[in-house]
Structures are given as C-alpha cells and as structure tokens.
Design a protein around this ligand. Structure first.
Ligand SMILES: [Cu+2]
Length: 494
C-alpha cells in the first residue's frame, strides 16, 4: 500500500487498515550494471555499457561522471567509433525500500537497460556510428539534439527517416565538429516522458581553461505516477516524482569533490517544467549552454541557474568550502517525493474519501463533474482550498506524518496545536540505512530526512575523508566485481 515515501491512500476502505504500519527496513537495493568494456576486436554487444567512468571515456580526457548512470563503451572500426544502443523497456528504482514503504520501481523506457540511457562520450572531430536496435513494441528513432549533422541523420520520423519498426535497426553515422554538453532522445513526445534520453558529451580537442579537476553530468526529469502504479502517466500535466539521473532524493548518489578542486557540473533538462538548480555554499559561473562553451567574458556568477526544457547548462566553481552542500531544484514541489497534498485534507476534514472515487482525479483526470466541484475535484488536489470550505484549514500531509510531528510550541499543546491553521507542514523521513553506500559515508546521521525529489549533494571533502571514501568504494567494488565506478583518475582534463 505504501507506494513510496509519500504514501497515498487509495480508497476509504484502507484508511484504517495498516496505513500506519511501518514495514521492516529493507536493505538498499543498488542496481548494478555488469557490462565490461569490449575489447577493440569484439563486436559491440547489446548492453555494452560500462559502469567504470574512465573505461568509456576517450583516452587522455577527464571522464565525465554521471552518477547512477552507466557509460556506453564503443569499438573502433576503421577510424569510426561504433556505439550500440538498444531502445527497450527499463524498470528503474527511483527510491529503495525503507521503513516508510516499498521500493519505488517504475516502468520506464530507455536504452541498454538504463534510464536515463547510457552516457556517450566522444571528442570533437570524431566520426561516430550509432547502431540503434528497436526492442520497443512501437516505432522509434533517435534525435541528436543540437548536433550539426546531415539532415538524414537528424532522427525525425517521417521528416528525415522512416520510423524504425519494432525489431528494426537504423544506423546513424556522422562526424562531429562541435563540443559541449549534448543529449540524445526519442523525438516522440510520450516516449520522452517515459525516459528515452541520454547524455552525449563532446570533449573539445583543446581543453578549456581554467581546467577542471572533476566533471559531472546530471539529467533532470519529472514524472506523473499514480499511487500503486508503476507506469508514468505521460499525458498528465502535474508531476509528483522528480529525479536526478533517474534517482529521487535521497537515493541520488552524491558528487564527491576533494577540497580545493575545480568542479564542472553539466545539467540537462528534458521534461515539462523548468528547473532552477541551486547549490548551497558556493558561487559558480555559468560556462556553457546546450550549444557549447560560453566565452569567459560572458560568464555570469550565480548560485542558481535556470535550466529550461531542452536546455543544458554547464556550471563551474572552485570548491573552497568544505561541507556537504545541497544541489537541488528550487521549485518547492520539485523538492518532494510523491506529492502528498491529497491525503491530509481528506483525513483531517472528517470526511472519508467517498467510495468509488479513485486518486486519478487528483492527478487532473476528472471523470465527472468539474475540477473544482466541491464534491469531487477540489478535495483531490487540483483546486486545493478553492472550493470546499472544510478543507481550507487542513494540512497537506499524510497520516503517518501527522502522527510523527511532535514538536511543541510554547503554550500550544495537544488539541490546541492541531487547531493551528495548516498544521503540520514539516516533512521528515529518515532513511539513511536504505540508501547506505560508500558515497554517503560520514554524512550526519539523519541526513536523509529532508532530501527529496530533485535533490543531491555536492560533498566537498577534506583529503582524509575523500581518500577514506575512495577506499570504501574500491572495497565495495571488489565485493561486487565490475559493478561500481572506480575512483576518478587524474588525467588531462577538458
Ligand atoms: Cu524543478
């Protein structure tokens, strides 16, 4: 019944039955892609993705780390870099199981078993061939977003190529003269909202200056997923799950930086909303867009950068301030998992959710009446507070949160407290154990409490702690062969 961190109630029948029952904590279920990089002699194989950031990076270039997303390995054929993508359904765990509920596993579409699709890394001037096999039940193609390539390679079904039928294959081949943060995606709108996209990094031949010591890539996505449902509603206009590289906070793997290093973070947005991405404790410069490098004279300082739909933004900063700094979208509703605004009012208002009405209405699907009708829509999310008088002074939180809120206000206790309009509003769910991994070592106990939605951490670590975590990663890697990225190697950077 608990369908993620923010539990919905799915009907009056379940209101009293077990909503408050905590499930036993389960171990974190990390996903491990085990695809070794093929040797140059081998033909590309399906799912030939490498979890080792350095293995699939062009030699001599600082690999771009895309936490929680594998890299796509390639083979060389007569001077052409050959990649192999398979479009297919992918089940993705947004959030592991925790005492608050089951794992949130979502039926997405992606590439090579990954959602977002594996990161492709090439160098300006490369000639690349991308073999695309369609293992989806419907036609597809790939659009290379912003690439200046011949139109017949543009991946526009109907316009520049025949749609690739289920079971079919299309071979894209082009020479790349650009550099920067790019991405690839299906040009069908609905499949985009199921996750069909991936990052495509083009390193410049000549490294940018000043050079960076670490380079990260993050893909921002949003999802509308009904309670107890695993398939995103691609037609909904309101979103209740927000992810970075396919993980919702606190499951997103933090970005590890050694104190004093220069950092680049590449942000890509392909969804329905813009995302003002904010970092704590550091001032960055915006150094690139989806079309490549911005001349230094035009860099603008900031701590929040608006990443619009279909845009990419590169930010860079010198990590001089030690600490575990939040990096997150600042849209308040993008800092939540499984928006719970529907549950509190219904339970607090003294009116059980009427039998026979589902939560679909809460996502904007009104099956009868109008969206603001008091007997229907208003209590179900869209018109919150607009129609039904009885809901105006009630909270937004699910029952388990209401029970959890125990902070006393001087002079206001018990029932009195419950009469404070809006009470309670705080949302805390501690799930440190569920997301335990080397990258989270040393974080303050309870750090997961307020990590939700489109949110991760940039950990600027003193050398000792940095080395300790790298050692833990190596140890974890040995225990789970080929499943964890290796520590970053210092190379030429770009
Ligand atoms: Cu956002």
């Amino acid at each position: 019944m608990n369908d993620g961190r923010r539990s919905f109630i799915c009907g009056a029948a379940v209101l009293g039955a077990g909503l408050l029952t905590s499930k036993a904590a389960r171990g974190a279920q990390h996903e491990h892609e085990q695809h070794p990089k093929p040797s140059p002699q081998e033909k590309p194989v399906r799912g030939a993705t490498s979890p080792d950031y350095s293995a699939a990076a062009p030699e001599g270039f600082l690999p771009v780390e895309t936490p929680d997303v594998p890299k796509l390995a390639w083979t060389m054929d007569n001077g052409v870099k050959v990649f192999h993508l398979v479009a297919e359904p992918v089940r993705r765990e947004f959030l592991p199981a925790s005492p608050y509920g089951d794992a949130k596993v979502v039926d997405c579409w992606g590439y090579n078993g990954a959602m977002p699709g594996p990161t492709i890394e090439v160098v300006e001037g490369d000639r690349v061939r991308i073999i695309l096999d369609n293992h989806l039940p419907e036609p597809t193609s790939i659009h290379w977003h912003g690439f200046e390539i011949p139109v017949e390679m543009d991946g526009m079904p109907g316009i520049s190529q025949e749609p690739i039928p289920p079971g079919g294959r299309f071979v894209y081949e082009f020479t790349l003269h650009q550099h920067g943060t790019f991405f690839y995606h299906s040009h069908m709108a609905m499949p985009q909202m199921l996750g069909m996209m991936g990052m495509f990094i083009m390193h410049p031949k000549e490294p940018h200056k000043p050079r960076v010591d670490c380079d990260f890539g993050l893909i921002l996505q949003e999802w509308a997923i009904l309670p107890n449902n695993s398939v995103p509603n691609t037609m909904a206009m309101e979103f209740n799950w927000l992810t970075i590289n396919g993980k919702a906070g606190p499951a997103a793997t933090p970005l590890l930086v050694r104190l004093g290093e220069r950092v680049r973070i590449r942000l890509v947005n392909l969804g329905m909303d813009h995302h003002p991405i904010h970092i704590h404790g550091n001032t960055f410069y915006v150094t690139g867009t989806e079309a490549g490098r911005i001349p230094e004279a035009a860099w603008t300082p900031g701590n929040t950068v608006l990443v619009g739909v279909a845009q990419a933004r590169d930010i860079e900063f010198d990590a001089r301030n030690p600490g575990d700094w939040m990096l997150h979208c600042h849209m308040p509703h993008h800092m939540m998992n499984q928006m719970a605004s529907l549950v509190g009012p219904m339970t607090h208002s003294g009116h059980d959710m009427p039998a026979g009405r589902g939560m679909e209405e809460g996502m904007g699907i009104v099956r009868r009446g109008n969206a603001l009708a008091g007997e229907l829509g208003a209590s179900l999310g869209r018109g919150m507070g607009l129609a039904a008088e009885r809901e105006r002074q009630t909270t937004n939180l699910p029952l388990q949160q209401q029970e959890h809120a125990e902070h006393a206000m001087p002079g206001i206790e018990g029932q009195q407290r419950e009469q404070v309009p809006g009470y309670p509003q705080e949302m805390f769910m501690v799930m440190d154990q569920a997301v335990a991994k080397p990258e989270n070592y040393g974080l303050r106990p309870g750090w997961t409490a307020d990590m939700m939605g489109m949110m991760t951490l940039v950990r600027v670590l003193p050398p000792e702690l940095y080395e300790k975590i790298m050692a833990l990663k190596v140890k974890a890697q040995k225990e789970l062969p080929a499943s964890q990225p290796k520590p970053r190697q210092h190379m030429h950077n770009s």
